[in-house]
Design a protein around this ligand. Structure first.
Ligand SMILES: [Zn+2]
Length: 206
């Protein structure tokens, strides 16, 4: 595939039928609903997801939890999609493709970093703080519920509704995996549940 073909393919793939993509509906979905209000909603969910990315990375470092950092990857991915919707969607295919490539590259680097962090924790035999993991896991659940609720009114059509459900379901599964890891750490008194959950989540991203 030549570069032009690749760019075109990535551009279409971004707003194609990607079941696991937390892609917000296009801005110009329905002009009667008001794009200004929708842009405010996109800004709100972008802020929520960007803050939760930073919170989970920070808490993951502070609590020594690799699974919290792995869950942060999803908030980064979703924030990236909302940012692309706000700033890039109206642009030419070439710029959309570059933005999608930049997002993919960033995700790949963070995914490798999380794998490295999981290996480091495994080698060091560290014990993550299960209570921090639990508290932040619940905050992540609340953040995903809030994002889903905010975007709810702007989901027009069955395909959009379906992708919104799948996206939120995948996010919630990630949050529940962190809570499960926290319970496992508490129950076993070892860091292994945290490391195993982090490795699976980062593996899926990569
Ligand atoms: Zn997501």
């Amino acid at each position: 595939m030549n570069f032009g073909g690749l760019v075109e393919w990535i551009g279409h793939a971004y707003h194609g039928d990607m079941a696991d993509c937390c892609c917000p509906p296009p801005l110009n979905l329905d002009p009667h609903r008001g794009n200004r209000a929708y842009r405010r909603v996109l800004w709100a969910v972008l802020t929520i997801n960007a803050i939760m990315f930073l919170v989970e990375i920070g808490a993951g470092l502070a609590a020594g939890s690799a699974s919290l950092q792995a869950d942060a990857l999803d908030f980064l991915s979703d924030a990236g999609n909302y940012a692309i919707s706000l700033f890039v969607v109206g642009m030419a295919l070439r710029y959309r493709a570059i933005a999608a490539l930049a997002k993919g590259g960033t995700m790949g680097l963070f995914g490798l970093w999380v794998i490295g962090s999981a290996v480091w924790h495994a080698v060091q035999g560290t014990l993550p703080n299960a209570f921090t993991m639990g508290a932040v896991g619940f905050a992540a659940l609340a953040a995903n519920a809030a994002s889903f609720g905010l975007l709810w009114a702007y989901r027009g059509g069955d395909a959009n509704m379906r992708s919104a459900w799948i996206c939120t379901r995948n996010d919630v599964i990630g949050n529940l995996a962190v809570l499960l890891a926290a319970a496992g750490v508490l129950g076993t008194g070892t860091g292994w549940p945290d490391i195993i959950v982090a490795a699976i989540m980062a593996g899926l991203v990569l």
